[in-house]
Design a protein around this ligand. Structure first.
Ligand code: DC
Length: 365
């Protein structure tokens, strides 16, 4: 899996890219460092970063330069932004980045043009951004934290100038690649931003391997088999279950409910879930089962999210479910996607199944 993380300076993209690399056990390349090394090399030889020839010659920098802490300084960042304008420089650094992206097993790269130029085929593209004021404050905190004297207003002006240059250069300007997930970190803590990025990667990966199939009679057998199997394994199949599982069109579809299926690439139908209309605007989410074979694919979460969305399409003002404490993993998933335990639902519907000792109402995600 290739993960492209692009965004302006101090948006948090580096932190997010590093965290994604650690979480998904992928190698990580901070491509900004390459431009910073070129900028630093120009600075070392006393050259003009706006001169394309000088900047191109600096692309021959020694690799050891990449480990020099000075690359992180604001001054070198300014040089990097200026040398990165030259197409010759971008071409010279292209192969190195491209090879990193294409290594076996995948990689995480962060920069400005990863999703647009370096790895447009990336399975996941994130565009991380934040307001200029927030980014300036973060940079200021980071610098003062390291004991470097800094002026917030100067940093803010510098960031604005770099944004302007990075976004308006003719060659590979900074922009959100088509199909990217935009992650605005202005109001997010570091941990919340990382969590959101990990969730976005999971969602994209799921969308690649999983797809939702609507009900048709040829799939009714899966609805029956998947549910009969897990219910019989954990409890006993009650008459009320059998009635629904054996007559899905009559019991679920005809009264205005729906049944969805989740199909996994290479595995076929791996899960199903029904919405039983119990009164106008009222739906019971029921008969949700996912096969063991789909473990780890997040098929259950994918299916549940699609079923909730379908309930909303059907005009559900009340969406509830009944289950049993033994189904701990499922309950955890229901809670995660916005269901809460509800005594009223238990009082009204709990007697429907013998095995029912948990009742939940959808309150929204
Ligand atoms: O991400 P950073 O602040 O370390 O990047 C420094 C400069 O390098 C940035 O202002 C623009 C340039 N850059 C680029 O043009 N393309 C990239 N993929 C990464 C960085």
């Amino acid at each position: 899996m290739i993960i492209a993380v692009d965004g302006p300076t101090a948006s948090g993209k580096g932190t997010i890219a590093k965290a994604l690399a650690a979480h998904f056990a992928l190698p990580h390349l901070d491509t900004g460092l390459l431009y910073r090394a070129v900028g630093r090399q120009v600075q070392l030889v006393g050259g003009n970063p706006d001169d394309a020839h000088v900047a191109l010659a600096a692309c021959d920098f020694a690799d050891s330069l990449l480990n020099d802490d000075i690359l992180r300084s604001e001054e070198v960042g300014g040089y990097a932004s200026r040398v990165s304008v030259h197409p010759q420089v971008r071409r010279a650094l292209y192969e190195r980045q491209r090879a990193f992206a294409l290594q076996e097993g995948g990689a995480v790269l962060d920069g400005r043009d990863i999703g647009t130029v370096i790895a447009p085929e990336a399975q996941v593209k994130l565009f991380v951004t934040a307001s200029i004021a927030t980014r300036a404050r973060r940079r200021w905190l980071e610098m003062t934290g390291r004991g470097i004297a800094a002026d917030l207003a100067v940093i803010e002006a510098d960031i604005a100038a770099r944004d302007e240059r990075d976004m308006n250069r003719a060659d590979a300007p900074l922009m959100a690649a088509p199909g990217s997930v935009v992650l605005d970190t202005t109001h997010l803590s570091r941990d919340a931003a990382i969590k959101a990025a990990i969730a976005a990667v999971h969602a994209r990966a799921a969308a690649e391997t999983l797809r939702i199939r609507p009900f048709d009679d040829s799939l009714a057998k899966h609805f029956h088999d998947i549910n009969a199997e897990w219910i019989a394994e954990m409890f006993a199949l009650e008459p009320t279950d059998r009635e629904v599982l054996e007559n899905p069109r009559e019991k679920i579809i005809a009264p205005g409910g729906d049944i969805l299926f989740v199909e996994a690439h290479g595995l076929g139908i791996v899960g199903t879930c029904a919405l039983q209309r119990t009164a106008p605007g009222s739906f019971e989410l029921t008969k949700m089962g996912v096969r063991e074979a789909a473990r780890g694919l997040k098929a259950g979460e994918f299916l549940l999210a699609a079923t909730i969305a379908r309930a909303q399409e059907l005009g559900a003002s009340k969406l509830y479910l009944l289950t049993n404490r033994k189904c701990a993993a499922a309950i955890h998933l229901y809670e995660k996607l916005g269901f809460v335990h509800d005594a009223g639902i238990m009082a009204d519907y709990g007697a429907r199944y013998e095995r029912c000792d948990v009742a939940m109402l959808y309150k929204g995600g």
